[in-house]
Design a protein. Structure first.
Length: 657
């Protein structure tokens, strides 16, 4: 039996950690724990940043931190503050000694870094926060703005230029202001009639809640906790990426069955460390962030970025919400990981600050990462896969009520998107190439863009070794057995400041692309144009077949096997009922006429630029053998288009979560 160390709020750090004499802090247990040990934490509230000092040495000899069975354990990055003095009206103030913060004062640290976007002349936000009975406040920059704060209902989405709703408008009237001195920080806050000396008032103090200070603290399990209220900074792909919890550049962590909320920026970070670049574009102003990001890939290789030392994490069955930037983030450090069965919601919908790195899940270099069976809703963006999406598999996820569902940017593939529901008005944004979309339900727009001005790396299959880099010219995509719905494109973004963004429904945006590699090779066969010139401006082939289109969604011209449903009322909806979620459909009889056999990697054309097949992590052929609800598919079968293998015509109601 593995030795077990116990921690309890009634314990003492001078104890031996036995069940009869528990320790008081998790950090004391972390100082004692050896590979193979368990740290069992008993019910109560722990206000500390847990920094494991050592990790396990293999998957079988890991160090496990877990809440005691049936007990509620909360670890917070905040401290309770009392002694508030009434200023007048609903405004109170308190003076906090610097000793509460130590070397890190979140009220002096700005939300800043590469790709943060502030309107011209706008003051910077800070990492500090104030909470009243768990509700976070908004920062104001003038004490006069505390007196009668207006109700805010919308904010401008800087990506689309559209106006987006704030999740909880009433929350915007709870505001704070800070003045930081050398020895103390004074906070003012409008509590909207509450007495802060009676209610629970907390302020951010710690950067993280559970993360080692050193790299390569491997094979840690964190299970069954509530983790909350951390002043974690902005996490672009060109900087150190600390989250509320994360391995900090290591291998083999398991983060499971936790409730994670109120990270100022990112909840779980599987991401980059600082030595390969830290906000150099913002600090130096000499090169674009793109260039520094490219350099970070090669710098990471030089410090051992490979399968043997980094990644292979498991993030599963967590509930993640109310984070300002990401639910899960990572650049480079997430390779070969699995993200499954998580419920991620209300990410970046407070809209207190903005930048181009916001999503429920935001990964760069998601090499051989599997994102499967997650429920992601009410987020600014559901999943954003950016750079080096290669060997990545997005399977059996449920995305709805997001501003946008899935964005794949400047990647070459192969990546696989199968048996998902994309039910938001903006469903797919494909600014990449080399993808395969199989058996998805796509209820909103499909946007296609080439990105030739930012060439990005691609890798040897199932490896971090860089094989080359190239621009994104678009195409080289595959769409098989999907169900596309139509609608008003204005529903996706509303009025937008991006006229080049022309969202469409269905695969119609691929009209004019070659339909086979042979056709493409014929187009680029003119030797008079030279080795490079003959490829310029020629679209790559796309491979489309057996997709179903309804409610105004359109196929590409001459698309093989396209079924367009034009008769009868067509209805598809996602319905929440408590913890359960249902897919309701009403489809005409003609829907039953499209049936497909099991789709595997053998049915998908090889990716052109990377020269790679669609494979499992072990190099075997990819098998799309499970539908959205886990029903098995077998070769020789006959399966409906869309994410449910046996989806019938007529009315149907299927529990999908």
């Amino acid at each position: 039996m593995a030795p077990t160390l116990h921690v309890a709020t009634t314990g003492s750090d001078a104890s031996d950690g036995s069940a009869a004499a528990p320790l008081r802090t998790i950090n004391r247990a972390a100082a004692l724990a050896l590979p193979g040990d368990r740290v069992v934490v008993h019910a109560g509230e722990y206000r500390e940043w847990v920094r494991p000092q050592r990790g396990g040495i293999s998957d079988r000899r890991r160090i496990t931190y877990e809440a005691a069975d049936g007990e509620h354990v909360v670890i917070k990055g905040s401290e309770r503050v009392t002694g508030w003095e009434h200023q007048g009206g609903d405004v109170w103030h308190v003076t906090i000694p610097q000793s509460l913060f130590g070397e890190f004062n979140p009220f002096a640290e700005e939300v800043d870094g590469d790709w943060v976007v502030y309107p011209a002349g706008a003051p910077r936000k800070h990492l500090g926060d104030v909470y009243l009975n768990g509700k976070s406040f908004y920062e104001v920059h003038d004490r006069r703005d505390l007196i009668d704060p207006p109700l805010r209902t919308t904010a401008v989405d800087e990506w689309t230029g559209a106006t987006s709703p704030i999740h909880d408008p009433e929350q915007t009237r709870y505001v704070w202001h800070a003045e930081v001195g050398e020895d103390q920080t004074t906070l003012w806050a409008n509590f909207q009639g509450a007495d802060p000396n009676v209610e629970l008032v907390e302020v951010n103090v710690r950067r993280s809640v559970f993360s080692p200070s050193e790299h390569h603290v491997d094979f840690i399990t964190v299970r069954g906790f509530e983790l909350a209220q951390a002043a974690c900074p902005w996490t672009p792909p060109t900087a150190d990426q600390p989250g509320l919890i994360g391995p900090n550049w290591a291998k083999g962590w398991i983060i499971e069955d936790n409730v994670i909320h109120d990270a100022k920026c990112s909840g779980i970070s599987l991401g980059k460390e600082g030595s390969t670049g830290h906000n150099y574009s913002t600090e130096r102003q000499d090169k674009p962030g793109y260039q520094y990001q490219l350099e970070s890939v090669f710098a990471a290789r030089q410090i051992g970025w490979d399968r043997e030392r980094i990644g292979s994490h498991i993030v599963r069955r967590n509930t993640i919400y109310d984070c300002g930037q990401n639910g899960i983030v990572g650049h480079l450090g997430a390779v070969f990981s699995t993200i499954e069965d998580n419920h991620i919601h209300h990410i970046a919908v407070k809209r207190e600050f903005y930048g181009h790195e916001i999503a429920g899940i935001k990964l760069h270099a998601a090499i051989d990462v599997e994102i499967r069976h997650n429920r992601i809703h009410d987020c600014t963006l559901g999943i954003w896969l950016d750079w080096q999406t290669q060997g990545t598999r997005v399977s059996r996820n449920l995305l709805y009520r997001n501003n946008r569902d899935l964005f794949v940017e400047v990647s070459h593939g192969p990546y696989l998107v199968e048996h998902n529901v994309f039910a938001s008005p903006a469903s797919l944004e494909i600014f990449s190439q080399g993808g395969a979309f199989v058996h998805n339900l796509v209820c909103g727009t499909v946007s296609l863009e080439s990105v030739v001005e930012r060439p990005t790396p691609y890798h040897l299959p199932h490896s971090t070794h860089v094989a080359g880099y190239a621009a994104i010219v678009g195409g080289d995509d595959r769409h098989i057995g999907n169900l596309f719905l139509g609608g008003d494109p204005q529903d996706a973004y509303g009025p937008t400041s991006r006229p080049e963004q022309v969202p469409l429904h269905g695969t119609v945006g691929y009209t004019g692309f070659p339909g086979s590699l042979a056709e493409y090779l014929d187009l680029v066969s003119d030797p008079a144009r030279g080795d490079h010139g003959r490829f310029t401006g020629v679209r790559q082939p796309v491979y489309l077949r057996d997709n179903v289109f309804a409610a105004g969604a359109e196929p590409a011209a001459d698309e093989p096997g396209a079924l367009v449903l034009t008769e009868g009322d067509i209805r598809v909806a996602i319905v929440d009922e408590g913890d359960a979620c249902y897919l309701e459909t009403d489809l005409p009889v003609a829907f039953d006429s499209t049936r497909l056999d099991l789709v595997t990697g053998h049915d998908l054309e090889r990716v052109r630029f990377v020269d790679a097949e669609f494979e499992e992590r072990d190099g075997s052929v990819a098998i799309m053998g499970l539908d959205l609800v886990g029903a098995a598919k077998a070769a020789g079968g006959s399966y409906a288009a869309g994410p449910l293998a046996s989806l019938p015509s007529g009315r149907a109601r299927t529990r999908v979560w």
